[in-house]
Design a protein around this ligand. Structure first.
Ligand code: IPD
Ligand code: CA
Ligand code: CA
Length: 257
């Protein structure tokens, strides 16, 4: 299954790169002025789903662009065919393809592909995380002042859900630096790779984080909700870290929950 996810993400990633700067239609989702979707997102998902179903026709699918298919299968593929659509529409070269695999509702594997950097992150439960075949480990940083953090903002950020603006301000004051890359799946993979020490974001969707959660955990990191409880798709608020700064990050978030 991981091999199929790798092939599907590479194929979709090549398609994304070949169409960069050639978008024909940009629509707004759910009436939200900044929540974009293009024909490229949809075609990428179509390609991924068709590749998966060629090997596993009976498996269920949860895809961002409506590729929802409930079946009797114990397996479900959770797909973000283009994570970082806003970046993509500006030809800003940070975006990815994310494919997570669930068995009986539990995440057991994931692949995130950055086609610009040609970086393929993958993990299977119990077998570690890898970047282009090399084993990944989270960082050893144990103070916030030495931590490089990353976050993202939901499309309804103007409503300041869960005090997202206050959290950002607080982390700016306490960390070495805070980044905003624009692809939640890559944010998680960068924590797994030790490039970043921690990541938080409110109201993530299952497809934003399915693959990234396994990749962080298998690299030795910790992923929870904003109360330190195990993360799941029902709780959209997500905190991922190298484990060493997890309680420090929780304490910052709890100041303004
Ligand atoms: C978005 C990106 C972004 C995050 C948003 C997501 P999309 O996904 O992951 O980094 O901040 O919350 O919705 O819409 O580009 O697939
Ligand atoms: Ca996404
Ligand atoms: Ca997307």
């Amino acid at each position: 299954m991981i091999q199929t996810a790798i092939e599907a993400s590479r194929e979709a990633g090549a398609y994304l790169v070949s169409h960069l700067g050639k978008i024909k239609t940009i629509e707004r989702k759910k009436g939200q002025e900044t929540n974009l979707v293009t024909e490229i997102d949809k075609e990428s998902e179509r390609m991924i789903v068709s590749r998966i179903h060629a090997s596993y026709p009976e498996h269920a699918i949860l895809g961002e662009e409506g590729g929802r298919l409930d079946t009797d299968s114990e397996y479900c593929w959770v797909i973000d065919p283009l994570d970082g659509t806003t970046n993509y529409t500006h030809s800003f070269p940070i975006f990815s393809v994310s494919i997570g695999i669930q068995h009986r509702g539990k995440l057991i594997g994931g692949v995130v592909f950055d086609p610009i950097a040609d970086e393929l992150f993958s993990a299977e439960e119990g077998s570690g995380s890898f970047l282009n075949g090399t084993r990944l480990h989270v960082s050893e940083t144990d103070t916030l002042i030495n931590s490089l953090l990353v976050t993202g903002f939901p499309y309804n950020v103007r409503e300041n859900p869960f005090n997202v603006v206050q959290h950002f301000q607080q982390f700016l004051m306490e960390a070495q630096g805070v980044r905003r890359l624009g692809s939640a799946a890559l944010d998680l993979c960068y924590v797994a790779a030790g490039r970043l020490d921690g990541y938080w974001e409110v109201t993530l969707q299952p497809w934003d984080k399915a693959a990234g959660i396994v990749i962080v955990q298998e690299a030795g990191g910790t992923v929870t909700d904003f109360h330190g409880k195990p993360t799941n798709f029902q709780n959209p608020n997500t905190l991922a870290s190298n484990g060493k700064i997890h309680s420090l990050m929780l304490a910052v978030i709890e100041k303004s929950l």
